[in-house]
Design a protein around this ligand. Structure first.
Ligand SMILES: NC(=O)c1ccc[n+]([C@@H]2O[C@H](COP(=O)([O-])OP(=O)(O)OC[C@H]3O[C@@H](n4cnc5c(N)ncnc54)[C@H](OP(=O)(O)O)[C@@H]3O)[C@@H](O)[C@H]2O)c1
Length: 333
């Protein structure tokens, strides 16, 4: 792709899977002048039309393939349940569309390796839509850490959990859709720990409970890194957890308030000072990752330098190990 996107010729996006999170994407993209949401595809023509009307999208397709055949679409946002990401990523890449795919990028590391290899061969952009590292508060947290404001990092503690609806067939509990708390919520605790430490863990210890549908509903994990840092986290479908993320260092701590993955606030506390940053970007927040994708495409890059392929791959490898510990294997793998 040699075209440079701008306000006059924005990067034209299409999205597939107009469900819950797609709404947030449709709101957020309006804050990125170099991007526009021009097409939506659903498995149902009616759902596509309703979504298009709600968000002022010009084109509505009643099947995903039609969007891939639309030569005016530059990039696709994939917002379907995890199980379907791998196949849909490959279809988009083969159609020459840049891809931003919801977390987790794929169900396991092997699929992600293949997806990044296809993206490289096709010379097409691919990134996991793990939006949190792009948020200003998380950029600030990383700077505080890098600048040694809390001394040497020792421990990370975090949790992600709330009582999810137990509606039959909901993707959270659906084994066939690759449901379960680890891939849905724990992926944040893992990815952000790896991003902040800047390394993959040396060892992983995990305990987990599988529910009646055969997916994990209650998980506790400890990661140990080569530099001596430990990251411990809980994720749970059955209880409201603290949903915060705390970094403890030799000289102080950084706390990211609930909901840590979202647009909240972060506080730096040392013996003598306390500093707080609030994001104040409302209920959208995906604009930072969308703007990043467009900027990388303008620079003719096919990967991100923030949410790098190695961060996604190390995260999925870690999730693979945790799943082995807790005995979670999907029947379709
Ligand atoms: N970044 C974040 O903050 C965030 C938050 C929540 C979820 N997510 C991720 O986004 C993805 C979607 O989550 P969601 O909560 O938006 O899910 P959702 O509300 O169930 O929406 C998913 C959409 O995918 C389409 N789909 C295609 N095949 C499907 C199938 N076999 N079963 C169900 N739906 C199917 C459906 O749209 P059509 O049938 O109309 O095509 C559906 O509306 C997940 O991978 C999740 O991890 C990310």
């Amino acid at each position: 792709m040699s075209l440079r996107f701008s306000e006059t010729r924005p990067c034209r996006w299409g999205l597939i899977g107009p469900g819950t999170i797609a709404c947030r994407f449709a709101r957020s993209i309006q804050a990125v002048p170099e991007a526009s949401l021009d097409a939506v595809a659903s498995r149902s023509e009616e759902r596509a039309r309703d979504f298009a009307t709600k968000y002022g999208i010009a084109k509505a397709y009643g099947c995903y393939e039609a969007l891939l055949d639309d030569t005016s679409v530059d990039a696709v946002y994939i917002a379907t349940p995890h199980r379907f990401h791998f196949e849909q990523i490959l279809q988009c890449l083969e159609a020459g569309k840049a891809v931003l795919c919801e977390k987790p990028l794929t169900v396991n590391a092997k699929q992600a390796e293949e997806a990044f290899e296809v993206a490289r061969q096709q010379n097409v952009f691919l990134m996991e839509a793990m939006w949190t590292p792009f948020l200003p508060i998380w950029q600030q947290v990383r700077s505080w850490l890098r600048d040694g404001r809390i001394g040497q990092l020792q421990q990370i503690q975090s949790s992600f959990g709330f009582r999810v609806p137990r509606t039959k067939g909901h993707r959270y509990l659906d084994h066939e859709a690759a449901g379960g708390v680890l891939l849905d919520m724990g992926v944040y605790n893992v990815a952000l720990s790896l991003w902040l430490v800047g390394d993959a863990p040396l060892s992983v210890y995990a305990q987990g409970v599988l529910g009646e549908t055969g997916v994990d509903e209650n998980v506790s994990v400890s990661l140990q890194f080569a530099n001596g840092v430990l990251s411990q986290f809980l994720c749970c479908f059955g209880a409201q957890l603290d949903n915060n993320f705390v970094l403890y260092g030799t000289e102080g701590k950084i706390s990211i308030a609930p909901f840590f993955w979202d647009n909240g606030s972060a506080t730096l506390q040392t013996g003598v000072e306390s500093e707080q940053i609030n994001s104040g970007v409302g209920d959208s927040g995906f604009e930072f990752e969308i703007a990043h994708v467009v900027e990388r495409m303008n620079g003719l890059h096919v990967t991100s330098d923030v949410l790098t392929p190695s961060l996604t791959l190390d995260t999925l490898r870690t999730l693979d190990v945790i799943r082995k510990h807790i005995g979670l294997r999907f029947t379709f793998e």
